[in-house]
Design a protein around this ligand. Structure first.
Ligand code: HAM
Length: 418
C-alpha cells in the first residue's frame, strides 16, 4: 500500500525537521506579541465556496458527511479565522494578533513545491486599519524567514496593492462582476504563456502589459518600503504590481515571497482583507484585517539547499533525538537495580535508554555511541558501585550507587533539561 499522491509519511527525521520549523515559527511570532489559536480541520464547504474564490474551490477535498452536510477539509485558514473572529470579537481587545500552525489540504496538480497536504504558519492582525499594521506584518514575515538563517540574498518579498488594480479596472470601466476573473488572470500571468493571458484579457491586454513592462507606480507602496527601510529591512522587498494573489478576499496590500533565484514556487503570501469579516457576519461585525501564511514545503526545500541553513537544521535534529544517558547492563542480576535508578534519572528529566533484553556489553556500548549519549552507566560486578563513563573523553570512574544522581548532574549544564 502506498500513501495517496501528494501526502507524506513523516519518518523520525522528517518529524524532527517539522518540529524545527514549527519551533522557529512559534518563537518569532511570539517575539512580535502574537498569540496562538486554532480552528477545526473540517468546515462547511460553503465557507470556501463563498469566500476563497474559484481556484481554491476547484481544489477542495470535500464530501458529504453522514448527516448529509457538505463538508471540506480546510484548504486555508483565513475564512475560519474570519468566522471565529466575527463570533467572538467582543471577548478580545483590538487589535488581535493571532498565529496558528496547522495542516491544510488542496487537491492540486502535483508539482515541485506543491503537495496535497502541507503545513502553514498563519499570522493575522485583526481590527487595525492603520498602515503601521501592514508594515509590522511584512516585517514579521521577513523575520520568520530570517529565523532560519535565510538572508536577503535568499528570498525577496514582492509587494503590491489590490487597489492599484481595482482603480485600474474602474478606469477601464470594467463591470465589477468581471473583476475577480480578471484578477485571477493577472495572478496566473507569471505562470502562463503571454499569449494565453493576452487572449483571456481581451482588450485589457494592451494596457495591462504596458503596466507589467513599465512597472506601476504607487505612493502607498513606496511608503510601505520606507517603513520597512526604517527597520533596516528594505533589502528584502521589491514593489511588483504583477503580484495580485489568487484568493478572492484581498482588498489592499498584497505580497508574496519567492526565492531570489526564482526557481521555486511561492514560499509565503498574504495581504489585507478588510471586508471578509463583515461579509461573513452579514454586516454584523465589520473589522479590517490582514495576514499571511508561510508553508513548510518550499521553505523546507530552501533550507536544505543552502549549506549554512541546512547545517543549522541538522544540528537541531541531532539535539532533538539525542539521549543523555545510556545504561549498560553488564550482568543480568543487576537489571532490577539498574531499572530502579533509570526510573529516578528519568523522573529528574534525563533522557535515558537501555537494552530491553540481554545483550553483549560491546553491543550495548555501540548503542550508547549511536544514541549520542554523553555518558554510559555500567551495572555489573562493581555493584553497589556504578561505573560512569564519559563517552567523549573515555574517562571512567566508580561511584557509589547512592551518590549516582549527584555524580551524573556534573556532566550536564544547569540549562540542560533536568
Ligand atoms: P496561499 O498563498 O494560498 O495563502 O498559501 C500560503 C502559502 O502556503 C504558499 O505561499 C505556499 O508556501 C503554501 N502552500 C499553499 N498551497 C500549497 C500546497 N498545495 N503545497 C505546499 N505548500 C502550499 C493562503 O492560504 C492565505 N489564506 C494566507 C493568508 C493568511 N492571507 C491572510 N491571512
Amino acid at each position: 500500500m502506498q500513501p495517496l499522491p501528494g501526502f507524506r509519511d513523516f519518518l523520525p527525521e522528517d518529524c524532527a525537521a517539522r518540529n524545527y520549523i514549527f519551533a522557529r515559527w512559534r518563537d518569532v511570532a511570539r517575539r512580535y506579541g502574537f498569540v496562538e489559536w486554532d480552528g477545526p480541520v473540517l468546515e462547511p464547504t460553503d465557507l470556501y465556496r463563498k469566500k476563497s474564490g474559484a481556484e481554491i474551490v476547484d481544489q477542495l477535498f470535500n464530501f458529504i458527511d453522514k448527516g448529509e452536510r457538505e463538508v471540506s477539509m480546510r484548504p486555508e485558514l483565513t475564512p475560519t479565522l474570519a468566522r471565529v473572529v466575527a463570533a467572538h470579537e467582543r471577548a478580545f481587545k483590538k487589535p488581535l494578533k493571532w498565529f496558528s500552525i496547522g495542516q491544510f489540504f488542496r487537491y492540486e496538480k502535483q508539482q515541485r513545491g506543491r503537495l496535497r497536504e502541507h503545513y502553514q504558519l498563519n499570522c493575522d492582525i485583526i481590527g487595525e486599519s492603520d498602515f503601521a499594521a501592514d508594515i509590522e506584518l511584512i516585517a514579521l514575515c521577513i523575520d520568520i524567514l530570517r529565523g532560519f538563517g535565510l538572508t536577503e540574498k535568499d528570498f525577496v518579498v514582492r509587494i503590491s496593492d489590490r487597489e492599484f488594480w481595482t482603480d485600474f479596472l474602474q478606469q477601464q470601466k470594467l463591470p465589477t462582476e468581471r473583476w475577480e476573473e480578471v484578477l485571477q488572470t493577472l495572478d496566473k500571468s507569471g505562470r502562463e504563456p503571454r499569449e494565453k493571458t493576452e487572449q483571456k484579457l481581451g482588450k485589457l491586454a494592451g494596457p495591462v502589459f504596458s503596466i507589467f513592462d513599465k512597472g506601476g507606480r504607487s505612493g502607498k507602496l513606496d511608503r510601505l518600503v520606507d517603513g520597512l527601510g526604517a527597520r533596516g529591512l528594505a533589502g528584502f522587498v521589491d514593489v511588483d504590481v504583477r503580484i495580485v494573489r489568487g484568493l478572492a478576499y484581498y482588498t489592499g496590500t498584497v505580497f508574496e515571497v519567492f526565492d531570489r533565484v526564482g526557481k521555486l514556487r511561492a514560499i509565503a503570501g498574504g495581504g489585507r482583507y478588510d471586508n471578509l469579516i463583515g461579509q461573513l457576519s452579514d454586516g454584523a461585525v465589520s473589522m479590517p484585517a490582514l495576514g499571511f501564511a508561510v508553508g513548510d514545503v518550499v521553505l523546507g526545500e530552501l533550507i536544505r539547499e543552502r549549506a549554512s541553513t541546512r547545517e543549522q537544521m541538522e544540528l537541531s535534529l541531532k539535539e532533538q533525538n539525542r539521549i543523555d544517558i545510556y545504561v549498560v547492563i553488564a550482568k543480568e542480576q543487576r537489571r532490577a537495580d539498574a531499572l530502579e535508578q533509570i526510573q529516578d534519572l528519568r523522573d529528574r528529566g534525563y533522557r535515558v535508554d537501555y537494552p530491553l533484553t540481554a545483550e553483549k556489553v560491546a553491543k550495548q556500548f555501540q548503542n550508547a555511541e549511536n544514541t549520542g549519549a554523553r555518558i554510559a552507566l555500567l551495572y555489573g560486578d562493581e555493584w553497589p558501585q556504578v561505573k560512569v563513563k564519559n563517552l567523549a573523553t573515555r574517562e571512567e570512574s566508580l561511584v557509589p550507587s547512592e551518590a549516582l544522581l549527584d555524580s551524573v548532574a556534573k556532566f550536564f549544564r544547569v540549562s540542560d533539561p533536568v
